[in-house]
Ligand binder design. Sequence first.
Ligand code: C5P
Length: 403
Amino acid sequence: MSGLPRRLVLGIGGGIAAYKACELVRRLKERDVDVRVVMTAGAEHFLGAATLQALSGQPVRTSLWDASAEAAMSHIELARWADAILVAPASANVLARLAHGFADDLLTTLSLAASDRPLWLAPAMNRLMWAHPATQANVELLRARGAHVLGPASGEQACGEVGEGRMLEPEAIIAALSIFEAPQMLAGRRVLVSAGPTHEDLDPVRFLGNRSSGRMGFALAEAAAGMGAEVTLVAGPVALATPAGVDRIDVRSARQMHAAMLEHAPGMDVVIGAAAVADYRPEQRQTRKIKKQDDRFTVTLVRNPDILLDLAALSPRPYLAGFAAETEALEDNAQLKLQAKGLDLIAANLVGEGLGIETQDNAFSVFWRGGSTVLPRAPKTDLAVSLLRIVAGQLAAKGGRGT
Ligand code: C5P
């Protein structure tokens, strides 16, 4: 289950980021979301309605006064039809009109008529327009009324400037939307997640590492925050942006990750070990760059501490979830790890064949004491929500801290 709204009105505001709306529609459709596009007059300067019509498979609405479209589904009916409204990009103008209750075009009128539906906004504009007190006040007003504001991100802007105001990428918007069916399931919970690989240094320039991208752990941190949790993310060396509202601690080696996780675990309700922690590290880290000498070069490796195993010894002990990436005997190995590491839940996946490490998608067999389920192949962002729903359900069932 993706957790996304089944019926979504996508409002597109006027801005260069409107081109990303095409990709957004395509990816939403891939996940079986029924999308009805509403464009503002500004959006029509950037995109043709025909493109979005082809991508969404539905007529695109641009005007309150389009007689034939209104006859098919009036703005009131469209508002009733929608499970949620997403405005992406939300320009400064759209934000201002939404904040002040204008009803001077189809999108704003529809948003008023759908005010009992969740409203998601993905702002996009020049950095100074975003930083302007008027825009900030409008955003605060919308937030205070319950709108979910996604981003914006920082970086290079279409106008050539660098700063805050870029629209989030379609996948990030979908990840945020995917908590639609699991809102606030983790409200009041404190969640600690580890993510990414660890790098075990051989000398000042070389290390032993692995191919973990960190995507699963980051998706879990983002989804947990979206579901209302207070989230701390301990990240190995990865090139990923920190999800909104998440406290991030960067580490490099397994021992640093071990120290950070043990420091932050007390008081947590849930700890999820999604990091691919190196089992071994070089016995010695050379202070100078190792020179090539003989044909053979031997490095002695020593065991790293097992983070989850040590966390299982805490008292009180948080709810502990781990991962098992296996190349064979998935269920047997997962069950063994569940017992050996003293976990409450383990998500096991086969690695290789385009699944698992380094990929966008994954699939899990999930085991806990007395139960199991299969989460079929899906983007990691969707799997994160599905896993956290299981965790939230088990936490609620057993009571415990945070309830
Ligand atoms: O034993 P294995 O490495 O397959 O177990 C994987 C699970 O254990 C993951 O959840 C990983 O984050 C965690 N782990 C750990 N400390 C280690 C190695 C793995 O917490 N040293």
